[in-house]
Write a protein that binds this ligand. Structure first.
Ligand SMILES: NC(=O)N[C@@H](CC(=O)O)C(=O)O
Length: 452
């Protein structure tokens, strides 16, 4: 029989409430929430003055395996994730080979089953080349599909830039369709304007003018129109503009939405004011935009037009980042610090703890129809994170766990710390120490078909 763990006297942040009580976990699940447990054969953790969150489900990461493991792999990045309170992740298909077939998708599940410290799910990529293959699959069994176009090539018929292929996919796909929403044609026109003026070394401050609000807005508007026409289940990844937030509804519950969206933590944390200080280290696609956009995104998150928070964790080596504008890779590692960032907003009085749990834990589970995770409920998997809301520390090279070994947050002081993370009831992370012997599990889907 596996050992049980009793977390005593902890403030449980869950489903709109904070309740101070005990929680008993064993056999991988939450056995009992409430006082009066029999402590025989039970390991006890004192939770006094600490907070318990459902493990975070980060629904957009790039863990780089297979094929790009010089900058990250499923072991290293899931380890960084768990240290930050992330107990499940959904990884994108721009690994090599690109995830365009079920064989390649299944290979990633196999690698993760051997190496991942967190629970895992993988999206299948879709583009013009494999479109017919994808729509002939039983897509209702997939966690989701996502356009891969922007990740791999700038030229050619990109799915999210090609209305005909979008129509065909949206009319036929039964799973959630997640898209990266920027009109590449607009981006290319802008690139040409700035290239003419500056050559290869365009100042990074122009990144938001190149990957512009217009490029984002027009792509999102078009995708929503096509999705509505076909009643498709569309999710727009990492929103970056205030303008786009007005395309989304908050007058119906998440479960009933056909169109959903997310914000990534860096678009809430950084703005164009930071390009001067951090340069291409904060070059992301879509781009970090203005202070107004940053504020608008937080507002839309709070009023439920934006459904979830993700990281789009995208490690690159420093060498790959610190290049002239056009050569510098977009993306940065952030999965280890997403909860710290959101809790910093809590400290500033901008968001409640309950809302953080909703957007980072409950809603990703609901949005992707993930079974028995994302909530602190008896019988659910014991994916849990304990947080100390009064612990000051500074991000530095010494405590960054992502394989690439740097972070745009270096030098940032946080006032909160994840002390413990449980994955399926196993204490994988305990105050800087890891138990790496037990691996995470594949995320499974609830019975609901994802398409209304
Ligand atoms: N978000 C990023 O800036 N980069 C992503 C790819 C992408 O989403 O464009 C990456 O994989 O590096």
């Amino acid at each position: 029989m596996t050992e049980k763990t009793l977390i005593k006297n902890i403030s449980i942040v869950n489903e709109g409430q904070i309740i101070v009580t005990d929680i008993l976990i064993g056999n991988g699940v939450i056995l009992k929430i409430g006082r009066n447990h029999d402590a025989l054969d039970t390991k006890v953790i004192d939770g006094t003055d600490k907070y318990l969150f459902p493990g975070i489900i980060d629904a957009q990461v790039h863990f780089r395996e297979p094929g790009l493991t010089h900058k990250g792999n499923i072991y290293s990045e899931s380890r960084a994730a768990v240290a930050g309170g992330v107990t499940s992740f959904i990884d994108m298909p721009n690994t090599f080979p690109n995830v365009l077939t079920m064989d390649i998708l299944n290979e990633k599940y196999q690698i993760a089953s051997e190496k991942s410290l967190a629970n895992y799910g993988f999206l299948l990529g879709v583009n013009d080349d494999n479109l017919d293959y994808v729509i002939n699959l039983d897509t209702s069994k997939l966690l989701g599909v996502t356009d891969d176009g922007l990740y791999f090539t700038k030229k050619g018929n990109l799915l999210a830039d090609n209305p005909e292929t979008m129509e065909k996919l949206f009319a036929n796909c039964k799973s959630i369709i997640a898209i990266h929403s920027e009109k590449e044609q607009i981006v290319e026109e802008n690139e040409n304007v700035y290239r003419e003026k500056y050559g290869d070394d365009v100042p990074i401050a122009f990144h938001p003018q190149i990957r512009s609000e217009k490029a984002c807005y027009e792509a999102s508007k078009r995708a929503i129109d096509i999705a509505n026409k076909h009643k498709a289940r569309l999710h727009i990844l990492h929103l970056t503009t205030e303008a786009e937030t007005h395309l989304f509804r908050n007058d119906i519950p998440l479960k009933e939405k056909n169109i959903t969206t997310e914000v990534s933590v860096h678009h809430l944390w950084f703005s164009d004011q930071d390009y001067q200080r951090l340069g291409t280290l904060i070059k992301w696609n879509p781009a970090i935009k203005t202070e107004k956009d940053k504020k608008g995104l937080l507002k839309a998150l709070l009023d439920d037009r934006i459904d979830i928070v993700t990281t789009d964790h995208a490690p690159h080596t420093l060498e790959e980042k610190q290049k002239p504008y056009f050569q510098s890779m977009s993306g940065a590692p952030i999965v280890q610090h997403s909860l710290n960032i959101m809790l910093e907003f809590y400290k500033q009085g901008l968001i409640s703890l309950e809302k953080i749990a909703e957007k980072m834990c409950h809603n990703p589970a609901t949005l992707y129809s993930i079974e028995n995770r994302g909530f602190i409920r008896e019988g659910y998997f014991a994916d849990l994170s304990i947080v100390d809301l009064d612990s000051v520390w500074t991000v530095s090279k010494e405590n960054i766990l992502s394989k690439c070994g740097w972070s745009p947050l270096e030098g940032t002081t946080f006032q909160t710390k994840v002390t413990h993370s449980f994955v399926n009831g196993n204490l994988v992370y305990n105050n800087g120490q890891f138990n790496e012997s037990i691996k995470g599990k594949a995320l499974t889907l609830t019975n609901n078909t994802q398409r209304k």
